[in-house]
Design a protein around this ligand. Structure first.
Ligand SMILES: C[S@@+](CC[C@H](N)C(=O)[O-])C[C@H]1O[C@@H](n2cnc3c(N)ncnc32)[C@H](O)[C@@H]1O
Ligand SMILES: O=C(O)C(=O)C[C@]1(C(=O)O)C=C[C@H](O)C=C1
Length: 235
């Protein structure tokens, strides 16, 4: 279904509720530059990094798109686990996985509270940015502790840039991208307001430092377009 949520005046902050879940696949495809290409990149990297019987968590899995892609392409036995605290998103994820005939465990939980089992890979695409900065580093530490040695953590984020002028230019270019995707200036402004203080982006450096401080021995951006980036980290 087409995302037309911000065509009407907003009445609350951005939430992953039933209304957003209904249009989410269209929304994210038209709101994150190179979403499809990036999904394929992450899928392929995950597959290359995993042995038979590996456990993978997708944190903030939304409608399950990435895990379904991994399940469809991998020829290994994998334990795929998607976690989200939006029941509306998980309902769609379960329906999609069933339609594709793939075996994925979807868990309704708050990732900040959930007790993960040891895993070989964690993924968090566009999810850390929704965790309050006060809790974000501690949460990344928890991921680190639940990763097997040599395990990988792949995450994507909206980012900001320290240079104020460049930051504004990149955001303007991002809004041009949204216009090209069919969003009006009104919709763009409304969503921006709804996301204020809900989505809190870090700089590339802040993200890298957060990972290194929590113990990861290696972290590198593997994709960047303007104000969006994807990182690969290894324990
Ligand atoms: C932008 S979406 C992620 C998109 C998805 N990873 C993808 O690439 O298609 C962020 C997701 O994180 C979930 N989320 C945010 N905070 C969470 C939390 N504390 N616990 C569990 N899920 C959370 C939201 O419900 C939402 O589905
Ligand atoms: O539309 C925006 O401004 C976004 O930041 C896109 C973004 C994200 O990056 O997480 C925000 C909310 C969801 O709709 C999906 C994507």
């Amino acid at each position: 279904m087409k995302d037309e949520i911000f065509k009407k005046p907003i009445s609350k902050q951005f939430e992953f509720d039933e209304e957003v879940a209904t249009v989410f696949d269209d929304m994210i495809g038209r709101s994150v530059p190179f979403y499809k290409e990036n999904l394929a990149l992450v899928r392929d990297l995950v597959i290359k990094n995993l042995q038979e019987d590996a456990t993978i968590y997708d944190l903030g899995c939304s409608t399950g798109t990435l895990l379904i892609e991994i399940a469809k392409k991998s020829d290994k036995n994998l334990y795929l686990k998607g976690i989200d605290n939006s029941a509306a998103m998980l309902q769609r994820a379960k329906n999609k996985a069933k339609a594709f005939g793939v075996d994925i465990e979807f868990i309704y939980a708050d990732i900040l509270e959930y007790d993960f089992s040891l895993a070989n890979c964690f993924i968090a695409n566009y999810t850390l940015q929704f965790i309050r900065p006060l809790k974000r580093e501690k949460f990344v530490k928890k991921i680190y502790e639940k990763l097997e040695d040599e395990g990988v953590f792949i995450f994507s984020e909206k980012i900001i840039t320290e240079d104020k002028r460049l930051n504004k230019q990149l955001i303007d270019i991002y809004y041009d991208f949204k216009r090209e995707q069919g969003y009006s200036d009104y919709e763009i402004a409304q969503k921006r307001e709804a996301l204020e203080n809900v989505l809190i982006p870090y700089t590339l450096k802040e993200n890298e430092e957060m990972l290194l401080q929590t113990g990861f021995r290696f972290v590198e951006p593997i994709f960047r377009w303007a104000n969006f980036a994807t990182f690969f980290a290894r324990k």
